[in-house]
Design a protein around this ligand. Structure first.
Ligand SMILES: Nc1ncnc2c1ncn2[C@@H]1O[C@H](COP(=O)(O)OP(=O)(O)O)[C@@H](O)[C@H]1O
Ligand SMILES: [Mg+2]
Length: 116
């Protein structure tokens, strides 16, 4: 099991799933986290499915999102990764930040894990 902290969400990885909860840093960050979970769910409906880490389950009000677990790219892997080519010609760059921990491997395929 591992816990990662993002901008507005805390992510618990157990076995092959990643569970995203709103941050407990403060009430404000909790709200941001709820919004991020809701946005991620909405964005998954129109962004290219094959480039996204799939959402398996979610609770209403952005209280929890369950995704497949990916292996996050190392900084070295990210330096060799062509972010622009990955994001074009879709609008992915508007949703996925250009940094290593926004991406991960599922099997041998790179996917975006933070697309809120
Ligand atoms: N599907 C996933 N598999 C493995 N780790 C993940 C996954 N999703 C997120 N993480 C880890 O949790 C961190 C925070 O999640 P993220 O979606 O970036 O939250 P935030 O929107 O708050 O930045 C990520 O930077 C990454 O390290
Ligand atoms: Mg993030």
């Amino acid at each position: 099991m591992s816990i990662s902290k993002g901008a507005s969400r805390w992510v618990i990885c157990i076995n092959n799933i990643a569970i995203k909860f709103p941050s407990l840093m403060s009430y404000t960050y909790f709200l941001y986290g709820q919004i991020a979970n809701i946005e991620e769910m909405e964005n998954s409906k129109f962004l290219p499915r094959e480039k996204l880490c799939p959402i398996i389950f979610h609770l209403p009000f952005g209280l929890m999102t369950v995704m497949k677990r990916a292996r996050i790219l190392t900084e070295e892997e990210f330096s060799k990764f062509d972010y622009n080519a990955f994001c074009n010609p879709t609008f992915l760059s508007s949703y996925v930040e250009k940094k290593n921990d926004s991406f991960g491997y599922i099997n041998d395929k790179i996917v975006a894990v933070d697309y809120a």
